[in-house]
Design a protein around this ligand. Sequence first.
Ligand SMILES: [Zn+2]
Length: 472
Amino acid sequence: MVKLYNTLTRKKEVFKPISEGKVGLYTCGPTVYWYAHVGNFRSYIFADVLKRVLMYNGLEVKHIINVTDVGHLTSDADSGEDKLEASAARERKTASEISHFYFNAFQKDFEKLNLIEPFKWTWATEHIKEQIDMINILEKKGYTYKTSDGIYFDTSKFADYGMLSNKKICGLEAGASQHTPISTGVKRKIYLREKKNKTDFALWKFSGEPGERQQEWKSPWGLGFPGWHIECSAMSSKYLGKQFDIHTGGEDNMPIHHENEIAQSECAFGKKPWVKTWMHGAFLNIKGNKKMSKSAGKIMTISELERGGISPLAYRYFTYSAKYRKPLVWSDEAIKGAVDSYKRLKNIISGIENKGGMNKKYLKEFEERINDDLDMPGAVAVLWKLVRDEKAEGKIGTIKKMDQVFGLELLKEEVVDVPDDVQAIADERQKARDEKDWVKSDKLRDKLRGMGWAIKDRKEGYELGGDGNNIK
Ligand SMILES: [Zn+2]
């Protein structure tokens, strides 16, 4: 029995899939115009843990993550530049070169964090037809209107607008004209005055002057490109059906992007609720409670972490220090503490002999934590209790099972660089062992421990692991 917090109902609920044994899961994916930073990845780690917990509970998960390679503007209010087009212009590349380059970088980091690949990465530009079809349905049902800038969704016609963020914003500014200067491409500025309600959003945007954009398609309304929100509705319904189980995203997606997804999908498909459970991951903040973002001036990528000696899995472990709905504060001390703790954990585990079996008591405690709305700090605490419990049986089997959810490769041995002096002592110890001088061999083992190295005897020779000083 898995309990999940549903943003829609503001309650922790027992999760029941629409079709028994199967879960349709959609995650708002990257806009591939630049590198994703560790804060973005906190959100994907959360979605991955969710997926692993569902799988752990015997459910078959069909996971879709979209790749936004068109239509995401620099402002959520349908103004500003298309992020992909702007990046292509800046780097003097085609939009497709940009999207593939940054997607590849994203995917490499995704793998390094041991995130399970989705059933499908759905690219927005590969689903233009589906998006046009959906706008067509909305137009026929009378939910759209045309401005000089594009086809807009009229939010005043959807009574439930704002249900996710619990805001009744629709109609609030009905009739108010918008005078936001917007630039759809290079130099030209047009003014958007014709939005009926502040919350209305673009389903289809017109291209503007010929040659202004690289990415444009023919549509019943003229040459143009889809808005950002429609892609998620069109692609999720194509692969998961017109109603599905869980939709995740970062908390920043919730008040506009997800409200818009709900509005257009419920109006087009007539299903209520379109998605049964909405889940949102909190931000990774830097000190001073600022969200880590490109605009805040401080971002860090997974590769930069690695260059700084922080492994991607140590970062993954760090994210477990807060529940996914709580902000996590990034500081050098906090991340260093997590790196040390993760190393120590792996070292202790590498010294545990596998005697077979499972430890039901700890496994039950662990399951209670993960099934309580993905309580990863709680689950990590259970893991530590298990590894430190000298009398506990079935340790290795239990750790292996828990790692199905942690995804931390807890049983994978590290390749370590051994300094020469340490190597020399280890060789001397091996010689003593070969000569059956156990007293000397034990002394040298202690000496190695004192230097921070653990040694394990193997059938042929020995193995050294770092940070032995932390081995209890
Ligand atoms: Zn989305």
